[in-house]
Ligand binder design. Structure first.
Ligand code: PRT
Ligand code: ZN
Length: 304
């Protein structure tokens, strides 16, 4: 039997993530790396938190800001593009802000870009004056046009924005781009970026005033640790005292290394947590500069 969905449980935290789609797997993996685990329910819309009182709700990404605004969910993982679009929609309707970005999560990167047909000779934004621009992000596009002092027709489409110019529905488009392949396949070229986006942890504008506050704080602490070590490695090696000053600048974005004297020799053992990429090339440079016995270890967790 599926566990019941508590109606207004204020001592459990409820996080909305995308049920399926580009952000679904990475969102779940990131939360799992914070030590969360869930009992799957059969309908797979609600997952009951087992290791901590943190439940998951699996939904469409577009529903996440509204669920936070309505207090149905406490937090959510959603693209910044979706969060800001819905925030601007609320503003345009003169409704109070109801959610905000709590953390950038480092995956799902893309940008909201203006693109025009390949055949246009692009000079500047004034070329958009009086044109029709198709988009699924009308609030963000309208805000940008107003800031530029441009008057253009915003043609709202819910999908397949890229084919709008070929169908004669619009002159240009404003859509999400990651590799740029979709634009190229539709004989369009990106000319301006309106927003750099990635997945974010969204939450209410204020803080919680019940046991959820402590849970949210715990989760954020773990999340910050997980994000900080996402590409980190622990580097261990030995070197002579004289070589150390030449070695330290070669450590890729390292925290202050621990340096220990090796008993019975004047060599030193060094241990450095590196947040930058520890490439083969970098290891070879370190070796040439006098590092010996280089060991690269994965980092599984960090609590500052
Ligand atoms: O079903 P549900 O409503 O939950 O999902 P969805 O279909 O609305 O969203 P989904 O899964 O497609 O995207 C979720 C989020 O992923 C977006 O809100 C963005 O924050 C992020 N993201 C990252 C992207 C892309 N990259 C992306 N490339 N979202 C969409 N695209 C689309 C874009 O719209 C265009 O059609 O991919 C195409 C362009 O890709 P390139 O690589 O050809 O440039
Ligand atoms: Zn969606």
């Amino acid at each position: 039997m599926s566990p019941p969905v508590p109606a207004a449980a204020r001592d459990r935290l409820r996080i909305a993530i995308q049920k399926s789609g580009r952000l679904a797997d990475a969102a779940r993996a990131l939360l799992a790396s914070c030590g969360l685990s869930w009992r799957e329910s059969r309908d797979r819309l609600f997952c009951y938190g087992e290791s901590l009182p943190v439940d998951l709700l699996l939904v469409r990404d577009d529903d996440i800001p509204g669920l936070i605004a309505d207090g149905v969910c406490d937090l959510g993982v959603v693209g910044r593009n979706v969060l800001l679009e819905q925030d601007r929609e609320r503003r345009a309707a003169q409704r109070a802000p109801a959610f905000r970005e709590w953390r950038a999560l480092g995956f799902g990167a893309c940008r909201l870009a203006l693109a025009v047909p390949d055949t246009w000779t692009w000079q500047d934004a004034r070329q958009l004056e009086g044109k029709r621009i198709a988009t699924s992000y009308p609030a963000l596009l309208s805000e940008w046009l107003a800031a530029q002092g441009l008057a253009a027709d915003v043609v709202q489409l819910s999908g397949s924005v890229e084919i709008a110019p070929r169908l004669g529905q619009a002159d240009a488009i404003c859509d999400l781009v990651s590799s740029g392949a979709t634009l190229a396949a539709n004989q369009l070229k990106p000319v301006l970026t309106l927003l750099e986006s990635e997945a974010v942890l969204a939450g209410p504008t204020g803080s919680f005033d019940d046991p959820r506050a402590e849970l949210a704080e715990l989760l954020l602490r773990r999340l910050d640790g997980a994000l900080r070590i996402r590409n980190s490695k622990l580097l261990l090696f030995q070197a002579s005292r004289e070589a150390v000053p030449g070695l330290l600048p070669l450590l890729p974005d390292a925290e202050a290394p621990t340096v220990t004297r090796i008993d019975g020799s004047d060599g030193l053992a060094l241990q450095a947590l590196c947040h930058g990429a520890v490439t083969w090339q970098r290891l070879e440079e370190l070796k040439r500069a006098g590092a010996r016995g280089l060991l690269v270890l994965p980092v599984e967790g960090m609590l500052a």
